[in-house]
Write a protein that binds this ligand. Structure first.
Ligand code: CP
Ligand code: NVA
Length: 299
């Protein structure tokens, strides 16, 4: 595995599959996971809010015997113009690994360039790789395999959608995205046309025969001012019961959370029989254990 996890494209197929298998194995062990990370310290340098990512990383590290230091970026000297390069070199003298949640993908890349320790992207405006790893683990757990998989994405072509695109490229599953005009994924992320990754206009078309239906908030962190405009522009892109019924009978409905009930998804669907959102949330902890183990001690 490469030193850093900045996007899903840093992993190959066998690395993704082995992280998922190990995540499932560690999940079965519950609290009896090996304390193999004793003496290791994970830094969490965050500039945006987080419930799941922060707590699941912290708990993953504690359960495996390691410890964490949470750093709100505004409380560090980065807020007073210390350079990313200097910060990276200093943090590398104390920490063993660092996970960063920020706006700019460039900042995470700059950190990785200067840090001698591994850097994990814990969400940027461009990508959310850790989310997709634990979501794939959830699909594997519920469905038994990732073979012949069709995933639908309905909503914003945002950071989470971008990481789904990356995953479809690496693993070769079918991904159909329905996004409102003007909110499609970046063409750089889509690349030069992969026949298994399609953009469609109609959410019903995206979901037809899908095994998995995925959505996310209409306004991501940092887009709060666009909230009202987006609410109008995304009309018709809500995940609701009629849309879910277009999918395969056992369709899994996924949402990385936090969700806005009755906006991008109805409460009926979020709390309904197809929804696996709380399993997704739990699996972040197990997958992060597998990831930290792999990146720190290479298991
Ligand atoms: N899904 C996710 O990353 O949640 P948080 O923003 O709560 O970390
Ligand atoms: N797209 C969302 C994901 C939150 C986990 C955001 O960036 O706010």
């Amino acid at each position: 595995m490469k030193k850093d996890l900045l996007s899903i494209l840093d992993l190959d197929r066998s690395e993704i599959l082995s992280l998922i298998d190990r995540g499932l194995e560690l999940k079965k062990m519950g609290r009896r996971v090996p304390r193999a990370l004793t003496g290791y310290t994970l830094g969490l340098l965050f500039e945006k809010a987080s419930t799941r990512t922060r707590v699941s990383f912290e708990t993953a590290m504690f359960r495996m015997g390691g410890q964490c230091i949470f750093l709100n970026k505004m409380d560090t000297q980065l807020s007073r113009d210390e350079t990313v390069a200097d910060t990276a070199r200093v943090l590398s003298r104390y920490l063993d690994i660092v996970a960063i949640r920020t706006y700019s993908q460039g900042l995470v890349e700059e950190m990785a360039k200067w840090a001698s320790i591994p850097v994990i992207n814990a969400l940027t405006d461009l990508y959310h790789p850790c989310q997709i790893l634990s979501d794939l683990m959830t699909i594997q757990e519920k469905r038994g395999s990732l073979d012949n998989l069709k995933v639908a994405w309905v909503g914003d072509g945002n950071n989470v959608a971008h990481s789904w695109i990356n995953a479809a490229m690496v693993l070769g599953f079918e991904l159909v995205l329905a996004c409102p005009p003007g909110y499609e994924p970046l063409s750089d992320v889509l690349g030069n046309g992969n026949p298994k990754i399609r953009l469609v206009e109609d959410p019903n078309v995206a979901v037809t025969d899908a095994d998995v239906l995925n959505t996310d908030v209409w306004a991501s962190m940092g887009q709060e001012k666009e909230k009202e405009k987006r609410r109008k522009d995304f009309r018709g892109f809500q995940v609701n019961r009629p849309l879910v019924e277009r999918g395969k009978p056992g369709i899994l409905v996924m949402h990385c959370l936090p969700a806005h009930r009755e906006e991008e998804i109805t409460a009926e669907v979020l709390d309904g029989p197809h929804s696996v959102v709380f399993d997704q949330a739990e699996n972040k902890m197990h997958l992060h254990q597998a990831l930290l183990e792999k990146m720190l001690i290479g298991l």
